[in-house]
Write a protein that binds this ligand. Structure first.
Ligand code: FE
Ligand code: CA
Length: 582
C-alpha cells in the first residue's frame, strides 16, 4: 500500500467488517458432441487462415519459424462436402435461442460451444451446430447434429475438436428452422506468441445492478479469453424492478438453480460477453450457497434448506448445464490449460472440492492447524505437480479467495480466505520456493474490491518480506473487483492507515468501485490493469482506467505502471450482430 497512497480509500472498522461480511454473505446483497463431421479445412495456411500464423501470431513469427511449426501441417484432412442444415417441419418459436450462445475451455484443438433451446414441447430437440473461419460461414470447418431435452434443461454443449491452435472461429446453432446468433471463439496457441490478453471477472449479482462490466469486456476485441472466478450467479432472493431475482427467494432445488441461470442469461450484456469471448470459469460459493465448503455452507441450514449433498449436487448440475465448461463426472472443475511456451493456466476449486469448514479469525490454533485444507489433498498434490511440471514462461492461477495476507494488528480479518487455512498457503509457497517455481500470478475474485498484492510467507515487520524492494515475495496477486456485487460505499482514513501498516505487501487497494482487470502477458512482464465503470444503478455508463501493476520476468513482485498495455492492432473482427444493450 505504499506505491500509490493517494489512491487508497480509507476504512472505518465498521466499514471493514461490512466489507468482509458483504463479500461472503449472500443475504447481505440487495439483496457433447455427437455425429460431428470434420469438414474441409480450407482457410488454412495458404488461404489467409486465422491460425497461429494468422490473427493470433501478433506478427511475432509465422508458423514456419516458430517453436512449434506444425500447427498447419496436421490440418484435418479434406473429406466429404460439409452437411447443410435441413429441416422441413413446423418452424419453432421465435425465441427458440433467446439465451444466446457461449464458448469456453479453449484447448489448442478444441473448444466448448454452448446454447440453449426453448421449444414449446417437452420432447427431445435436434440441434445442428457449425463452425467457420469467417462470420459469414463461407469457410466452414466443423459441423454436426446433437439432441437435447428437458433432462438437461434443453442446454446444448459441444466439445468441438479437430481445430487449429491459436485460431479465431465463428459458430452458430440451428434448430426447428431457427438460427442462433453468431458467436466468436478462439483456440489456445501452441506456438510462442508475442502476447496474450485476458479479462478477469467475478461476483456478478443480477439483483445488484446493471452488467456494465460485461458490456465493456464484450466491446473489447483483443482478448484471448475471459476468466470468470465465480459468484457468476447468487443464490439469494432480492433485487427490485427489472433486476429482481427469479425466483424471488433463495434457490434450493435443481429447478430453482436452472431458473436463476436462465434469468441471468437473458441479460443482453452477459449474452454479449459470452458471444464475443471464450470463458474459462470456476464457481465460488454463491453458485451453491454463501461461504460454502465441501460439506456445508454458512447459508445452508439442513433444518430448513434440506440435505446439503443434494443441494450442492443440484447447483453443480445446473452449473455444468449452463456454463461452457468441459464436462466432468465428479464435480471436478480444477484443471489446466496450455497457451504455448508463454503461458500455462491453472484453475482451482477452493470451495466445493476439499475445503474444510471455516474457522473464525480469532481461532488461531484452528487457522494454523496444518491438517486443515482449502483444496483437499488430491487437488493440492495435483497443483504442486502441475506447477513443478510447468515449462511455460508464466503461470496464471485462477481461483476464488484472496491468497495474500489481510491482517489487522497481525490477526487475519477474514478466515474464509487463504488466511483461514495457513497450512494450505504454506504448502503452496513451499512448492514455489522449494522447487524454484517462478513467474506465478494469482488471479482472485470473491471480495468485491480491488487489490494488488505481493505474496510472501510473512509480510509483517521482521518477517520474510521487504516492502521497499519486494524481496521475499514469491508470487503476485491481482484481485478483481465485482461486476455488480456490493462493496463499500463509505470509507474513512483511520483504519486504512492501520491496514496499510499491517499489510505492506498490499501495493494498492480500492474498495468501492465495480470493474474488472485486464491481464496482459508478454515475455517481459505480466501486467494487471484495473478498469472501473460508473454507476451500476443507471442504465448508461462510462468506464475509466484506474491503475496498472506489473510483475517483471523473474522478479515475483509488483511495480506500478503508468498506463495499461495499448490496444492490439491485430484484433480479429467481432462476432457480427453483437447483442445490443437493453
Ligand atoms: Fe461475491
Ligand atoms: Ca464469494
Amino acid at each position: 500500500m505504499t506505491t500509490a497512497p493517494r489512491q487508497h480509500p480509507v476504512l472505518t472498522r465498521r466499514a471493514l467488517l461490512r466489507l468482509i461480511a458483504a463479500s461472503s454473505a449472500g443475504g447481505a446483497f440487495v439483496a457433447c458432441s455427437e455425429n460431428s463431421r470434420t469438414e474441409p479445412a480450407d482457410g488454412g495456411q495458404g488461404d489467409g487462415g486465422q491460425g497461429d500464423g494468422g490473427l493470433d501470431a501478433d506478427g511475432a513469427a509465422d508458423a514456419s519459424d516458430a517453436s512449434d511449426g506444425a500447427d498447419f501441417t496436421d490440418a484435418p484432412p479434406d473429406v466429404e462436402p460439409p452437411p447443410e442444415y435441413e429441416y422441413d417441419g413446423p418452424v419453432g418459436p421465435e425465441n427458440l435461442f433467446w439465451h444466446g450462445v457461449a464458448s469456453g475451455d479453449p484447448l489448442s484443438t478444441a473448444v466448448m460451444l454452448w446454447t440453449r433451446v426453448s421449444p414449446e414441447g417437452d420432447g427431445p430437440v435436434e440441434v445442428f451446430w457449425e463452425m467457420a473461419y469467417d462470420p459469414d460461414f463461407t469457410r466452414r470447418v466443423r459441423s454436426g447434429t446433437t439432441s437435447t431435452s428437458g433432462e438437461r434443461d434443453f442446454t446444448v454443449k459441444i466439445d468441438a475438436d479437430g481445430l487449429h491452435p491459436g485460431t479465431v472461429y465463428f459458430y452458430r446453432f440451428r434448430s426447428l428452422g431457427r438460427a442462433s446468433i453468431v458467436g466468436r471463439t478462439r483456440t489456445a496457441p501452441t506456438r510462442r506468441v508475442r502476447s496474450l490478453r485476458f479479462a478477469v471477472l467475478s461476483c456478478s449479482s443480477y439483483a445488484s445492478g446493471y452488467f456494465h462490466v460485461y458490456r465493456s469486456v464484450a466491446e473489447r476485441t483483443d482478448l484471448d479469453a475471459v476468466f470468470h472466478l465465480g459468484d457468476y450467479i447468487y443464490e439469494s432472493g432480492g433485487g427490485s424492478g427489472d433486476r429482481r431475482h427469479d425466483p424471488p427467494r433463495e434457490i434450493l432445488t435443481l429447478a430453482d438453480y436452472r431458473t436463476r441461470y436462465a434469468q441471468y442469461r437473458r441479460d443482453p450484456d452477459l449474452q454479449a460477453v459470452h458471444q464475443q469471448h471464450p470463458f474459462i470459469a470456476v464457481w465460488d460459493d454463491h453458485e451453491s450457497s454463501n461461504d460454502a465448503y465441501a460439506d456445508g455452507a454458512e447459508n445452508h441450514d439442513p433444518a430448513t434448506d434440506g440435505d446439503w449433498v443434494a443441494r450442492k449436487a443440484a447447483s453443480q448440475q445446473a452449473y455444468f448445464e449452463w456454463m461452457p465448461i468441459r464436462q466432468t463426472d465428479d464435480g471436478r472443475i480444477w484443471r489446466s490449460f496450455s497457451f504455448g511456451p508463454l503461458l500455462d493456466i491453472v484453475m482451482l476449486d477452493t470451495r466445493l472440492w476439499g475445503r474444510d469448514a471455516q474457522a473464525t479469525p480469532s481461532q488461531s490454533d484452528v487457522i494454523n492447524d496444518p491438517e486443515r485444507t482449502l483444496l483437499g489433498d488430491d487437488q493440492e498434490q495435483w497443483l504442486a505437480e502441475t506447477l513443478r511440471g510447468s515449462t511455460a514462461q508464466w503461470r496464471l492461477i485462477g481461483q476464488q479467495v484472496m491468497m495474500a495476507q489481510l491482517l489487522l494488528g497481525g490477526v487475519p480479518l477474514n478466515a474464509d480466505q487463504w488466511d483461514g487455512y495457513a497450512g494450505s498457503r504454506t504448502r503452496f509457497l513451499d512448492v514455489l520456493e522449494g522447487d524454484a517455481v517462478s513467474n506465478v500470478v494469482v488471479l482472485t475474485g470473491d471480495i468485491h474490491t480491488s487489490w494488488a498484492n505481493d505474496i510472501s510467507r510473512d509480510p509483517r515487520p521482521g518477517g520474510t518480506y521487504d516492502p521497499d524492494t519486494g524481496e521475499g515475495s514469491l508470487a503476485v496477486e491481482f484481485v478483481t473487483p465485482s461486476v455488480t456485487s456490493s462493496s463499500l460505499s463509505s470509507v474513512t482514513p483511520a483504519i486504512f492507515e492501520l491496514l496499510s501498516e499491517s499489510n505492506p505487501h498490499i501495493r494498492w487497494a480500492e474498495l468501492t468501485q465495480k470493474g474488472y482487470v485486464v491481464v496482459d502477458v508478454d515475455d517481459a512482464r505480466v501486467q494487471g490493469a484495473w478498469f472501473f465503470v460508473t454507476d451500476i444503478a443507471q442504465p448508461d455508463y462510462t468506464e475509466a482506467f484506474a491503475v496498472a501493476f506489473s510483475s517483471l520476468d523473474g522478479q515475483n513482485h509488483l511495480i506500478q505502471d503508468d498506463a495499461p498495455a495499448p490496444a492490439k492492432d491485430d484484433a480479429p473482427p467481432s462476432a457480427p450482430g453483437l447483442v445490443a444493450r437493453a
